[in-house]
Design a binder for this molecule. Structure first.
Ligand code: IPE
Ligand code: IPE
Ligand code: MG
Length: 259
């Protein structure tokens, strides 16, 4: 793939705009999921500690928010920390949490001004107090945003999410509140973190890995998948626009036949 060699920061502004216009002209996803991968490799290739890759990755996230709004994408989910990421060295885990607290403080104003509604999805209650507090505050402050809903998947795992919904249903059943024979997919989905949101039309994973790593397993049943060699800290709006142009050229059948 050639995209990896493009450093969009050096692109003439006009070229980025051309891709934005092309993306806008086609079918724009209502919800895009981002598996932000490759921070560690980005840093290692520069002889830096992995943590510097995470720091650089925050800039990619920052740059994408206005791009998603420009494009008219109403929902985005960013995979920031999986239920499996606890396996990493504790210094790295804590660096990630500190980065998140810093982001929540530094970007609160900009997010509010841009009309972003930010929510954390995942087992947030298991996170350190400072992280929970920063997240809750950011959620409260941005709760009236209407331009873009951003889900930050934090201590998130698709299996955990499905299991949690199943347990919730079991409790309602035990309390005599639901008829299992009538339970629908929609009612099940209403117990997921993404209740009320459209399923992701497109899931983008950076760094060349081609797997879901436990991301939006239920919601992604019919998502279009887009993999790029670009490492997350190098991912810029132009890469998003290219992914959306690619998406618009696909034929989604949902098990049916193409007209
Ligand atoms: C993604 O980058 C960030 C998180 C999982 C938090 P990685 O840290 O997984 O980077 P690589 O895959 O090791 O390069
Ligand atoms: C997936 O990336 C999780 C996040 C991006 C937060 P990983 O780097 O943890 O995934 P694997 O281990 O390569 O599958
Ligand atoms: Mg990785």
């Amino acid at each position: 793939m050639t995209e990896g060699s493009i450093d969009s920061r050096n692109l003439p502004e006009g070229e980025e705009r051309v891709w934005l216009e092309r993306a806008r002209a086609g079918s724009v996803p209502r919800h895009i999921g981002f598996i932000m991968d490759g921070n560690g490799r980005w840093a290692q290739r520069r002889g830096l500690p992995r943590t510097e890759g995470h720091r650089a990755g925050v800039e990619s996230l920052r740059a994408l928010i206005p791009a998603l709004i420009d494009l008219g994408v109403p929902y985005a989910t960013f995979y920031a920390f999986s239920t499996e990421n606890w396996k990493r060295p504790s210094e790295e885990v804590h660096f990630l949490f500190d980065l998140l607290v810093q982001y929540a403080k530094e970007d609160r104003r900009e997010l509010t001004e841009r009309g972003v509604k930010l929510r954390a999805i995942g087992q947030v209650d298991e996170l350190p107090g400072a992280v929970r507090a920063a997240i809750r505050e950011l959620e409260t402050q941005t709760s009236s945003g209407t331009n873009l809903t951003v889900n930050v998947a934090l201590n998130y795992g698709g299996r955990q999410e499905i299991l949690r919904a199943a347990k919730d249903i079991a409790k309602s059943f035990a309390a005599g509140q639901i008829d299992l024979d009538k339970l629908s997919e929609a009612e099940f989905a209403a117990r997921l973190y993404t209740a009320g949101q459209p399923d992701p039309d497109l899931i983008i994973r950076t760094s060349g890995e081609m797997r879901l790593s436990n991301f939006l397993l239920w919601q992604g049943a019919y998502s279009e998948l887009y993999f790029t060699e670009v490492l997350w800290p190098d991912f810029r709006p132009v890469h998003l626009y290219k992914a959306v142009v690619d998406y618009a050229g696909r034929r989604r059948r949902f098990g049916g036949v193409t007209a």
